[in-house]
Ligand binder design. Structure first.
Ligand SMILES: [Zn+2]
Length: 515
């Protein structure tokens, strides 16, 4: 038996002082046949260090000769799916070549949600016009483009892929380049782009929303400069932000990148690996697809932005593909429980139940607490509660469904002793936003343990007479178990209130069995 250890260091002279750490992963090959033996090397660092444009890069070197692919995301700050996808792709193990990723190129823009670089003049504010132009100067313009360009040049990429988003589908509105691949001419692009389009379009049912091929990256763009100055095969991948959840858009970027890297023989793992192999950090999946309002996932991003955790948006296709297995828990945020159930379909609901049964955590907020309930034909039945949802004849008004209590309104709630143990020391009665969350009571279903209350409402809102008195003192937060998994349901919206961030963080950690 022969044991070989091969450590590959970054091969080119790399004089960025900013290389912060170099993680050496050694792979041991044990066997009789001597084969190509390699160790993957991960390194990372910071570009534009000490300026407001500081941004991280990540290099993954397979140790086996092969293409150098450089991926950028977040060049435009209002195109977050590219940045999120790049931050997932950088965790894909490589068979050969090198993958270099700058996931969040324009961090001030991403934070502000703006296309342009905040605070820059009109001449300089579009980062993707600041790279060396056709027949123009050799240098890039401005601190960030100059730093990125020097980094790209020194990386000597064979391929450069820049992940973007358009505001509309190109086939529906030709003013936008949304849902397209904008590549350079040449045989190499020809050999991969049609297949990338085929794979990503296979999941898009509306023909007008399918991605199309466009030529040629705009003058001043990183993709064009990398092609013209460095002879890289480059392309801009564009998803569309309009009417599509983040999970769909990041998935499309992943599908295209996975196809490309697969065609280049660099990977053979799954397209929907969203997280690093190291499981030390809390791993949170947030469902953001059918039946979810925009506000919930955004609020959860904010609640966890300063914590040590990895949060990813997931959609129905991701769930069906088994991505939940990568996570400690899944959160179903506000919106409509019945619409979430309909979007998941029988198959997706079954996958969620199996995930919880096997020990995964489930947290339902408002709609997600309806979805977990046991009293609907469409609900998951993973929590032993029913909701007050009868349809009642209201005199002078007509037949009304009792779940609806009007718009968003503040109510008060109070934690139980167990509530303070799990959710934190929030003493007395405090305010929380409420918007038609479930009024929860025991369902007494056989074979499913009873829920425990962590908090009660201490005030109520009502729209119709029969609702009066039915909400006050009922459970606002409940917990239970389904199989090996913990299920925590919250009727109101504590994630909307900064003062309750800690309560939501504690709820998630407990449900994830991280406390
Ligand atoms: Zn863009």
């Amino acid at each position: 038996m022969k044991k070989l250890i091969f450590i590959a260091w970054p091969s080119d002279p790399f004089n960025y002082r900013s290389v912060q750490r170099l993680i050496i992963i050694t792979v041991l090959w044990v066997g009789f046949i001597l084969q190509a033996v390699a160790a993957e090397t991960l390194s990372s660092g910071v570009l534009a260090k000490g300026t407001q444009w500081e941004t991280a890069f990540y290099r993954r070197d397979s140790g086996v000769a092969g293409p150098v692919v450089l991926v950028t995301g977040g060049i435009h700050g209002n195109e977050p799916a590219g940045a999120r996808a790049a931050d997932q792709i950088r965790h894909w193990p490589l068979k050969k070549g090198r993958l270099i990723v700058v996931p969040r190129a324009n961090i001030p823009g991403l934070k502000a949600g703006t296309r342009y670089m905040p605070g820059e003049s009109k001449l300089l504010h579009n980062l993707n016009r600041n790279f060396p132009m056709t027949d123009g100067e050799l240098a890039a313009k401005g601190v960030l483009a100059t730093t990125l360009w020097e980094f790209v040049e020194s990386s000597e990429p064979d391929w450069l892929i820049d992940l973007h988003e358009g505001i509309d589908f190109h086939q529906i509105n030709s003013e936008s380049v949304g849902s397209s691949i904008i590549d350079v001419k040449g045989e190499a692009a020809e050999s991969v782009v049609p297949r990338m389009l085929q794979v990503v379009n296979a999941e898009i049912s509306d023909p007008k929303k399918k991605l199309v091929r466009l030529r040629y990256p705009v003058n001043g763009s990183l993709a064009r400069a990398a092609h013209e100055r460095l002879q890289a095969v480059s392309m801009i991948l564009e998803t569309t932000s309009k009417d599509q959840p983040m999970s769909t858009r990041t998935r499309q970027h992943r599908l295209m990148m996975h196809t490309l890297l697969g065609q280049l023989g660099m990977i053979d793992g799954p397209a929907h690996l969203l997280l690093p192999a190291d499981k030390s950090e809390l791993r949170i999946a947030v469902y953001d697809a059918g039946g979810v309002g925009k506000r919930g996932p955004r609020n959860l991003d904010r609640v966890f932005s300063k914590t040590k955790s990895l949060m990813r948006r997931v959609g129905v296709a991701d769930i069906r593909d088994g991505v939940l297995g990568q996570f400690d828990l899944v959160i179903f945020p506000g919106g409509s429980g019945s619409k979430q159930a309909a979007a998941l379909e029988e198959e997706g609901r079954e996958v969620v139940k199996q995930f919880v049964e096997a020990g995964g955590g489930y947290m339902g907020i408002c709609a997600g607490a309806f979805l977990a309930a046991s009293n609907y034909s469409w609900s998951l039945g993973i929590s032993n509660h029913k909701t007050f949802c009868e349809t009642i004849d209201v005199s002078g008004i007509g037949r009304k469904s009792m779940w609806f209590r009007g718009g968003s309104a503040p109510v008060t709630m109070e934690l139980t002793d167990e509530g303070r143990t799990i959710l934190g020391d929030f003493d007395g009665i405090f305010e929380v936003r409420y918007q038609n969350g479930p009024i929860m009571s025991p369902m007494d279903r056989q074979g499913l343990g009873n829920f425990r209350s962590l908090a009660h409402f201490r005030s109520e809102v009502s729209k119709y007479k029969p609702q009066e008195g039915t909400m006050i003192n009922t459970p606002a937060v409940i917990v239970g178990e389904y199989g090996d998994g913990r299920v925590l349901c919250i009727s109101p919206h504590p994630e909307s209130t900064d003062a309750l961030n800690r309560l939501v963080q504690n709820a998630v950690r407990w449900t994830a069995r991280r406390r």
